[in-house]
Design a protein around this ligand. Structure first.
Ligand code: CP
Length: 317
């Protein structure tokens, strides 16, 4: 198996073989998670600390379940009740926790690059659970696993990522991963929600949903990230839904077997029709949640093994 990373900070630094390694191991955990006895012991004796400086339902709970299923001692830092509220910095908080000898640190932070900075200061493995508009690597990996299960492959697919691309770390990590695995990526959305550096992404860009969705295999909808908007990016949610909300009429332009994805949380009636989101013949949104636990188990196992190997190397080697 190929996986040489010390941390999982983004998709950007991963080799396609490393992505395959995570996905292959995740499949083992999908099977374990579907069985009656869900427990393994590859993280037994290790300490995992989850530090979420932003709200989360899926990512935090799945990291916690993943760690516990693999035998780790898992601690969720209650950031609202921490000394951050007294003015302690992110780095001082990380150094304080680092002194307690954790092995895995899972971090979500509102600022792009904050998790990379933190990783330089600690001597355990750090997993980025989403940093600002930068990256959300485990989300892209779980999306990739979901696509691989649904389509039987993860190459030469046409994938449309639709909506608020500009504010989305999910979009950025997915663009990177899907590109590395030789898929065609189309971005669809209003110009106000496209990042300025779009030309560097190696993707096709569409302003019109029906044109952009034509014959795609995968339709990935994104949430309007209102918490990251500091101005009027859309005329109104009603107008946005009319032009960019996924409904049956727009979906009809995709391939007949195209799957619908959404990282969650969803704004029903804003970026996606609620009935379509719940249509088990087209929507794999609940599968994405299931894959999230397996991918996080695999990522933590691989990082823990690399950490163990690094700790065995003598200082003067
Ligand atoms: N997809 C995702 O990151 O969801 P949460 O914000 O609920 O973790």
């Amino acid at each position: 198996m190929t996986f040489r990373q010390k941390h999982l900070l983004g998709i950007e630094g991963l080799h396609p073989d490393e992505i395959r390694t995570v996905l292959d191991l995740s499949e083992k955990y999908v099977d374990l998670n579907r069985s009656a006895n869900k427990h393994g012991d590859v993280l037994k004796g290790l300490t995992q600390i989850n530090m979420f400086f932003e709200n989360s339902t899926r990512t935090q709970s799945s990291f916690e379940i993943a760690g516990k299923r693999l035998g780790a001692d898992v601690m969720n830092m209650a950031m609202q009740a921490s000394s951050i509220k007294k003015g302690e910095t992110l780095i001082d908080t990380a150094l304080t926790l680092n002194a307690m000898h954790p092995d895995l640190l899972v971090v979500r932070h509102p600022h792009s690059g904050a998790v990379n900075l933190l990783a330089e200061k600690v001597n355990c493995a750090v997993l980025n659970a989403g940093d600002g508009k930068h990256e959300h690597p485990t989300q892209a990996l779980l999306d990739a696993l979901t696509i691989r299960y649904a389509k039987g492959r993860l190459h030469r697919l046409s994938v449309a990522i639709c909506g608020d691309i500009a504010h989305s770390r999910v979009a950025r990590s997915n663009i990177l991963l899907l590109g590395k695995m030789e898929n065609r990526v189309r971005l669809i959305g209003p110009p106000t929600l496209m990042p300025a550096e779009i030309g560097a992404f190696g993707v096709e860009v569409f302003e019109d949903m029906e044109e952009g969705l034509k014959d795609v295999d995968v339709v990935m909808m994104l949430r309007l990230q209102k918490e990251r908007m500091d101005g009027g990016f859309i005329p109104s949610e009603r107008e946005y839904y009319h032009r960019y909300g996924l409904d049956a009429e727009k979906l009809a332009h995709a391939k007949p077997d195209a799957i619908i994805m959404h990282p969650g949380p969803m704004n029903r009636g804003v970026e996606i029709d609620g009935t379509l989101a719940d249509d088990i013949n087209r929507s794999v949104i609940q599968d994405q949640v299931e894959m999230g636990v397996a991918v996080r188990m695999a990522a933590m196992e691989l990082l823990a093994k690399n950490l163990e190997a690094a700790r065995k190397v003598p200082e003067d080697a």
